[in-house]
Write a protein that binds this ligand. Structure first.
Ligand SMILES: [Zn+2]
Length: 378
C-alpha cells in the first residue's frame, strides 16, 4: 500500500554503513596487509596502496549489481548440520559431487571462492598484468576478510534468529570504527602457504568457533544496559541515526577479550600470506618492473540490479552505501524513501520513544508495521 505522507516523523536507526567487516575495516585490512609483504613485492603494492585501500570494498558493492557475487562472501555452516566446517569438502569439485551447485550457492561459497580468486591472482601475476593483479589482490583481501567474521559463517547472520537484530553491523563496523585506532596491527612477515585451500578452511573453523561468544556476550551485556544506555543517537550525513553506545561497545569488546581486534589481525596476516603465496606460485615475477605512473582502470559499474535478491545484513542502514547519496538526496527533497530494509526497526517495533526527523516523503509500506525480512539466503 502506497501512502503519501507529508511531514512524517520517524526515528532513523542505523547500524552504520556496514557490509562485511564494514567498509572501514575492509579498507584497513587491505592497506595494512601491504606492510607484511617481502621487499620484492612491497614496492609495487605500496605504490598502489591507495588503490588497494579504496577498492577493498568493490566486492560488497558488486553484490547488488552482479549475479553470483553475493554468495562469495559467506557460508552458512550451520545450514549443513553439526560439525559441518570439519566435514564439508575442501575443494569445489569435490563439493559438487556431494551437493548441487544451486544448494552450495544458496548457502554461500566463501571458502571455495577464496581459493578460486587466489588462482586468478596467480594467473594475473604469471601474465604480469598489473591492473588484474591489483584488482584481484584487492578482491582477495576482501573475501579473506569476510572469512574472519563469525557472522559470515551462519544463517543467523544478523542475529535475526536470536532477537539480536543489528549485531552484524555492530561487530564488524561499529566496534572497529570506534576502537581500532588503538589496535596493534603488527603481524610480522607474510608466510608461504603450502595448502592455501586447507588454510582458509582452518581459518573458517576458527572463525566459526567464535560465533557462540559473539552472540552470547551480546545477550549477557544487554541485560546490564537499559535501552537508553545501550544505544545513542549520532548524526550521520545530516541525519540522526541510532547507534550502539560507546559504553556498550566497550563493555562488549572487553567481554569478548578483544576478539574483533584478534580477527582483524588474523585477517591482515592471512591476506598478506595469500598475496605472497600467489606471487611465489606465479614464479616470483618482477613486480617492480610493473610499476607505472598511471594505470587507467576502467571504472567498475555497481548499478543496482533490482532483480537480485541480496541478503542485507546492513539492515537498519538508510540505504546501501553506493546508493546512499542518491537516496538521501531524494529523501531530502521529500520524494522517496525505501522502507524495505527499514521496517523492522520502525519505532513501534522496538518501543523507541524518540521522534527525530520530520520531513515529507512517500513510503511504500505503512509505518509501524513490522516488515518481515527474508531469512533465506540470497
Ligand atoms: Zn563481503
Amino acid at each position: 500500500m502506497r501512502l503519501i505522507i507529508l511531514f512524517l516523523s520517524i526515528v532513523i536507526l542505523s547500524s552504520q554503513k556496514s557490509q562485511a567487516w564494514g567498509f572501514y575495516a575492509h579498507q584497513r585490512i587491505n592497506r595494512l596487509s601491504v606492510f607484511s609483504l617481502p621487499p620484492e613485492m612491497i614496492g609495487f603494492f605500496k605504490y598502489h596502496i591507495d588503490f588497494m585501500t579504496e577498492n577493498a570494498v568493490n566486492p560488497d558493492k558488486r553484490r547488488y549489481a552482479v549475479l553470483g557475487e553475493a554468495e562469495k562472501h559467506f557460508i552458512d555452516l550451520d545450514a549443513y548440520g553439526d560439525s559441518a566446517v570439519h566435514k564439508l569438502p575442501r575443494y569445489w569439485q569435490q563439493a559438487l559431487e556431494q551437493y548441487s551447485e544451486a544448494e552450495l550457492r544458496s548457502k554461500g561459497i566463501g571458502p571455495w571462492n577464496v581459493y578460486h580468486t587466489k588462482i586468478l591472482l596467480t594467473e594475473a601475476m604469471k601474465r604480469k598484468d598489473p591492473k588484474a593483479i591489483l584488482r584481484l589482490a584487492a578482491d582477495l583481501g576482501h573475501y579473506i576478510g569476510d572469512m574472519h567474521v563469525p557472522l559470515h559463517t551462519t544463517k543467523n547472520y544478523n542475529g535475526q534468529l536470536t532477537n539480536q537484530y543489528g549485531i552484524h553491523g555492530f561487530w564488524e563496523s561499529r566496534i572497529p570504527e570506534l576502537l581500532s585506532e588503538d589496535y596493534d596491527f603488527f603481524v610480522g612477515k607474510a608466510d608461504y602457504l603450502r595448502s592455501p585451500q586447507i588454510e582458509i578452511w582452518n581459518t573458517l573453523a576458527h572463525t566459526h568457533a567464535a560465533l557462540d561468544s559473539v552472540l552470547s556476550f551480546e545477550k549477557t551485556i544487554s541485560t546490564r544496559f537499559p535501552e537508553d544506555k545501550k544505544y545513542t543517537f549520532e548524526e550521520r550525513g545530516g541525519i540522526n541515526t541510532r547507534q550502539y553506545s560507546r559504553e556498550f561497545t566497550l563493555a562488549y569488546h572487553q567481554a569478548l577479550g578483544g576478539q574483533v581486534e584478534r580477527q582483524m589481525r588474523r585477517a591482515v596476516k592471512m591476506v598478506a600470506d595469500f598475496w605472497y603465496t600467489a606471487w611465489i606460485d606465479a614464479g616470483q615475477p618482477d613486480l617492480d618492473g610493473l610499476i607505472q605512473n598511471k594505470l587507467d582502470f576502467d571504472p567498475e559499474k555497481f548499478d543496482r540490479d533490482e532483480k537480485l535478491k541480496i541478503r542485507e545484513h546492513e539492515d537498519g542502514t538508510l540505504a546501501e552505501v553506493s546508493n546512499f547519496s542518491k537516496r538521501q538526496r531524494l529523501l531530502r527533497i521529500g520524494h522517496y524513501f525505501d522502507f524495505r530494509s527499514f521496517g523492522f526497526y520502525s519505532s513501534s517495533s522496538i518501543g523507541l520513544p524518540a521522534i527525530s526527523l520530520t520531513f515529507g516523503c512517500s513510503i511504500h509500506k505503512p509505518i509501524g508495521r513490522k516488515t518481515k525480512r527474508k531469512n533465506s539466503p540470497a
